[in-house]
Design a protein around this ligand. Sequence first.
Ligand SMILES: NC(=O)c1ccc[n+]([C@@H]2O[C@H](COP(=O)([O-])OP(=O)(O)OC[C@H]3O[C@@H](n4cnc5c(N)ncnc54)[C@H](OP(=O)(O)O)[C@@H]3O)[C@@H](O)[C@H]2O)c1
Length: 261
Amino acid sequence: MTDTTRRNILALAAAAPAALAVGAAAAQSPQSGSGILPGTGRAAVVTGSSRGIGAATARRLARDGYAVTVNYLTKRDLAAQVVRDIEAAGGRAIHRQADVGDAAADRALFDANDEAFGGVDVVVNNAGIMNTDPFADMSDAAFDRMMATNLRGGFNVLREAARRTRDGGRIVSLSSSIVLQRPAACGPYAASKAAQEMFSSALAKELAGRRISVNAVAPGAVDTDLLRGKGSPEQLQAAAAMTPYQTVMTTGLRRSEDSAC
Ligand SMILES: NC(=O)c1ccc[n+]([C@@H]2O[C@H](COP(=O)([O-])OP(=O)(O)OC[C@H]3O[C@@H](n4cnc5c(N)ncnc54)[C@H](OP(=O)(O)O)[C@@H]3O)[C@@H](O)[C@H]2O)c1
C-alpha cells in the first residue's frame, strides 16, 4: 500500500479538485457525467467544503451520486449554498459546523452524516489553513492555530474515518506539492501537510484487508482563498511553474469575499 499511496501522491500532484473527487470515488461510481448520477446509496464527508477545493470536491462527489456532508468552520452561508446547489441538481447533502481540531465536534459531524445517510463510504480530509510567516516571525498563536487545524484536525478526521468508513471505501487527505518542492518558505505549513502523507501511508496499512484505499493528494497552486495575500502573482506563478501543470489552477468557483484565512 505504501507504493500505491506514493504513486497516487505523485500522479495526483497538482491535480484539480475534479481529479481529487475522482480519486475518492472512482471505484464506486458507475460513471462520470454532466448531471447528478442516480444515488449510489453511498455517502461522503468532506471537511472544509464550504468553499475552495472542498466545495468543488463535494459538488463533484454529489454529481457522482454520493450523498454529501458539507463541513464548515465559520462560513455557514457558503456551506448552505453548496448544499442548495447539490439539491437543486437532484443530489442529497447536509451541512454541519465543526472545528476539525475539536475531537468532539468531529464525532458529532460524523454522527450527523450517519444519521442522515446511514454511514460513510468516502472521507475527504480537506480542511486546512496556511500561514506563510517565516520562522523568525511566526507567533505561538499562529503556529498553534495552524497545527490545531491541519495536524490535530487531520488526525481527528482520520480517526473518525478509520472507525467509521464502510468496507470498500475511500479516504483521501490533502497534502501539498510544497512537500516535494521543499522551498525556503512555509516550513511549518509544509510540515503539517507532510504529516498527511505519513498519516495516509500508515492508515492504509492499518485498514488493509477491508478494501479501503487511503491516499494523500498533493495539489499545486489552486486559486482559492487560501492563497489570498500569500504572494504576488509572479511569486504564485513561479510556485505553480514547479508543478506538472505549470499554472495556477482554479476550482471553477468564486472566491469568498470575506475569507478568514
Ligand atoms: N489552494 C491551494 O493552492 C492548495 C494547494 C495544496 C493543498 N491545499 C490544501 O487543500 C485544502 C483546501 O484548501 P483550499 O485552498 O480549498 O482552502 P480555502 O479555500 O481557504 O478553504 C478552506 C476550507 O477549510 C475550512 N476550514 C478552515 N479551518 C477549519 C477548521 N478548523 N475546521 C473545519 N473547517 C475548517 C473553511 O471553512 P470556512 O469557510 O467556514 O472558513 C473552508 O471550507 C487545505 O488542506 C490546503 O492545505 C491547497
